[in-house]
Design a protein around this ligand. Structure first.
Ligand SMILES: [Zn+2]
Length: 241
């Protein structure tokens, strides 16, 4: 496997604050991991670009989660980005058909050690992820902004409070092509662990755990994000009772 790394770059360009993300390798890795094909793969790549653009101003210890529950075409997308640049995502089903327009709900959450500190929901009825993100940002900010999303690369430009009146469209196109600035590395990384699986199982309750011990003689829990399977023995399950 090639290293699934990417980059987030920040800079001021003229009158605008600019962000650029390149998550091509990360998106390819994630899409392969989840066996995504066709339009599902395209939505996944665009979704990852949007989530990483949104993660640009995370405070220390914060985690950003972006979820899209789409009714047309029907699919669910979730991406998590940590303040240290760890990215993970999933999309199901793996064979969505229907590029071109998306209807549903977009949720953006920020959390600190599992505690939610921000939640924003946007109704989505847009031709692309880029327009969906523009719609979300327009709701949460008063400044003029432009978003570009293309093939695993994204650009976001936002007029500075005392900025002039330059057309931001060409600025966004230029940022998409390349941006020199402060660079932060991104990488595919899942935060799942045996400990987390155990604490999740501990919350199921004694009857459920006893059934796993008696009937299944253990448990196999597969992570929805990285597809890693965690195998737990009868003894480990008994330890939770
Ligand atoms: Zn995982």
């Amino acid at each position: 496997m090639a290293d699934a790394n990417g980059m987030l770059t920040r800079a001021v360009v003229g009158d605008a604050r600019a962000l650029r993300v390149d998550v091509r390798a990360i998106a390819e890795h994630g899409a392969d991991l989840h066996g995504l094909t066709g339009d599902a793969r395209a939505w996944f790549v665009d979704g990852l670009v949007c989530a990483t653009l949104l993660s640009a101003y995370l405070d220390e210890g914060e985690r950003l989660t972006m979820q899209v529950q789409a009714s047309e075409p029907r699919f669910a997308f979730t991406a998590d980005v940590s303040d240290t640049g760890g990215v993970r995502a999933r999309l199901s089903p793996s064979d969505v058909r229907g590029a071109g327009h998306i209807q549903g709900i977009m949720l953006v959450l920020k959390s600190v050690v599992g505690r939610e500190v921000y939640r924003g929901a946007t109704e989505v009825d847009h031709p692309s992820f880029a327009e969906m993100l523009s719609g979300h940002l327009a709701q949460s900010s008063q400044t003029e902004a432009r978003v570009r999303v293309e093939g695993g690369v994204g650009a976001f430009v936002e007029r500075l409070p005392d900025g002039g009146d330059d057309d931001l469209g060409p600025v966004a196109d230029a940022v998409l092509a390349g941006l020199d600035g402060q660079a932060f590395p991104l990488r595919w990384e899942c935060s799942c662990s045996d400990e987390r699986v155990l604490s999740m199982l501990a919350g199921l309750g004694a009857a459920e755990l006893q059934a796993m011990i008696d009937e299944d003689h253990g448990a196999v829990v597969t992570c929805n994000f990285c597809t890693r399977a965690v195998t737990l023995s009868e003894d480990q399950l008994r330890g939770l009772l």
